[in-house]
Design a protein around this ligand. Structure first.
Ligand code: PEP
Ligand code: MN
Length: 366
């Protein structure tokens, strides 16, 4: 059961709700979501009548839950779109202009990342990505420069002001990355790593959680729930393609997941067309498609000499292509706003509504 508390309830009153429950022998916990404070009731209260809870001072609403991921779906009714602020500099979601997260698959050296950071910024990127710890399918492939790369990313952020996104694969790496990274990325392979989800959930950093390679939407929702339950509601979702029977692309980009996840969770959703397609020629068209279906941003892999990328060379684009994507994103975003405005203008001047007003005023005159 969830007790949704009255808005702007004072701290002492919030705690009083929990105390009242404890006096009844009920175990409960305060959970602060992006938009509201709720009390999560852990004890089995199925046999107790709802009014026992709704009559407690400060409780606005009682929600009996059958869902196994109540925190993720608590926004669904209100359809609130949550914005995430990264380091006070970039906003993702909530109707803000789409974020453009760009950078190499792997940080390959200090010069490389500094040059790329400058070039992606000039091309229109709003955040820098770069892998320090790389999950590789083969243990013989380059696995990233590790902690050394984190210090390079920190320097790139200092020089460009771009907030940095980088992946962590273990609890130890979370500790190492906290100082240099603005957004902790959980990669597709680790979406099911529940200890890692709990660990990043205990930090106050925004988390970019990628959808698992074969994860259903329900499995993805439960992974998000782990992070929210651990106390961190700064979650950004990322659709990066799922495994299907198709062999011509690296994965299959499930764009329907974008509006679906947005409406189910209220959280910002970005799309990674690089890992979704594995082909540089498809990155721009799928970035366009992502924005058209409502994504709050795109994350793309960029390299100064794409063919020479140490990892994921086939999907790397150059900064000139990124600049085209930046322009596409901006044009599409403006077009969508103007379509929405036209639509709401039309909705206000429905002929039926006009007739209704006329009918009631003529009645009152008569
Ligand atoms: C990445 O973004 O660097 C990455 C490894 O992606 P994914 O986890 O989606 O495969
Ligand atoms: Mn990659």
């Amino acid at each position: 059961m969830l007790l949704v508390l009255e808005p702007a309830l004072e701290e002492k009153n919030i705690e009083r709700v929990v105390r009242t429950l404890e006096e009844l022998g009920i175990r409960a916990e305060i959970v602060r979501s992006a938009s509201q404070v709720v009390v999560f009731v852990h004890s089995d209260v199925r046999a107790l009548p709802t009014h026992k809870f709704s009559q407690i001072d400060g409780v606005a609403r009682v929600v009996r839950i059958s869902s196994t991921c109540p925190l993720v779906t608590s926004n669904t009714d209100s359809a609130i779109e949550v914005a995430r602020e990264i380091d006070g500099r970039v906003t993702i979601g909530g109707g803000a202009p789409p974020a453009l997260i760009a950078g190499p698959c792997s940080v390959e050296g200090l010069e490389q990342i500094l040059e790329l950071a400058r070039r992606v910024k000039a091309a229109g990127a709003t955040m820098l990505r770069g892998g320090a710890f790389k999950p590789r399918t083969s243990p013989y492939e380059f696995a990233g420069l590790g902690a050394e790369a984190l210090s390079y990313l920190k320097e790139a952020r200092r020089l460009t002001g771009l907030p940095v996104v980088s992946e962590v694969m273990s609890c130890e790496q979370v500790e190492l990355a906290l100082e240099s990274v603005d957004v902790l990325q959980i990669g597709a392979r680790n979406m099911y790593n529940y200890e890692l989800l709990k660990e990043v959930g205990s930090t106050s950093k925004p988390i970019l959680l990628k959808r698992g390679i074969s994860a259903t939407i329900d499995e993805y929702l439960h992974a998000i729930e782990y992070i929210l339950l651990a106390g961190n509601n700064q979650v950004i979702l990322c659709e990066r393609g799922i495994r299907t029977f198709e062999q011509r692309t690296r994965n299959t980009l499930d764009l329907s997941a974008v509006p679906l996840l947005k409406s189910m969770t209220g959280l910002p959703v970005v799309v990674d067309p690089s890992h979704a397609t594995g082909k540089r020629s498809l990155v721009r068209p799928m970035s366009r498609a992502a924005i058209a279906c409502g994504a709050d941003g795109v994350m793309v892999e960029v390299h100064s000499s794409p063919d020479k990328s140490i990892s994921d060379a086939e999907q790397a684009i150059n900064p000139a292509e990124l600049q085209k994507i930046a322009m596409d994103v901006s044009h599409l975003y403006k077009s969508l706003i103007s379509i929405d405005e036209t639509e709401s203008g039309l909705a206000c001047s429905q002929p039926g509504e006009v007739r209704l007003v006329a009918a009631s005023s003529s009645k009152s005159l008569g």
